[in-house]
Design a protein around this ligand. Structure first.
Ligand SMILES: [Zn+2]
Length: 208
């Protein structure tokens, strides 16, 4: 079963986030780069098209935690690459994005989630980028004020992130904009946040 950004049925990774939005990429679309992933039909809840939106198949929290089990157990139940990416994205949504979305109270826009090797190479991503494994996403809020608010919320909520990066903005230098007009301007920069279901989350905060 091929899951693409253009897939019609929303594949929910968590209550507010779909797999489709984690695969979407303007660059991939523009340059016609394949950024889809393949998973066994059983994971996606069947390959037949359904008129109704379906929950994210039979992937449960158990599937996510399988990544955290011993190497011996992993050898007995190896997750296929596509399945592993979905499990990682799901863990990122459940552990970081959902609690953040709840505290923020408004939709969060995902700029980039999973990236295929080709897409990552073309946009100049690091060859070890956590986007390649479905462990990271880039996000913004509605306004620049919201971008700073989200960056601060991820920390104040004590979310278990691995890396939190302020990309092309510096919340240390930018106090919350003083006027309503500047607070309401479009976001300048974005937040990169990652979560590892299979290891220690380092809670690294970086400014680039
Ligand atoms: Zn990123």
């Amino acid at each position: 079963m091929q899951l693409s950004p253009q897939g019609r049925r929303p594949f929910y990774l968590s209550p507010h986030f779909t797999l489709q939005e984690m695969l979407e990429s303007e660059t991939a679309e523009r340059l016609e780069i394949d950024n889809s992933i393949k998973i066994p039909p059983s994971v996606g809840g069947g390959s037949e098209p359904s008129p109704e939106p379906v929950e994210g198949g039979e992937l449960t929290e158990g599937d996510c935690s399988r990544n955290m089990t011993s190497p011996a157990s992993q050898a007995r139940h190896p997750l296929q690459k596509g399945e592993l990416i979905v499990a990682n994205l799901k863990a990122l949504c459940l552990r970081v994005l959902e609690p953040l979305r709840e505290a923020y109270g408004k939709p969060i826009h995902i700029n980039s989630g999973y990236r295929s090797h080709r897409l990552n190479y073309i946009i100049g991503g690091s060859p070890t980028s956590q986007h390649l494994k479905g462990q990271a996403c880039d996000l913004v809020g509605a306004t620049h004020g919201d971008l700073i608010k989200l960056f601060n919320l991820i920390q104040s909520l004590g979310l278990p992130f691995d890396q939190l990066i302020a990309e092309k903005f510096d919340p240390r230098k930018e106090k919350m904009p003083a006027t309503k007009a500047s607070a309401g301007s479009a976001p300048r920069g974005w937040i990169h946040v990652s979560y590892r279901a299979d290891g220690k989350n380092r809670k690294q905060i970086l400014y680039r």
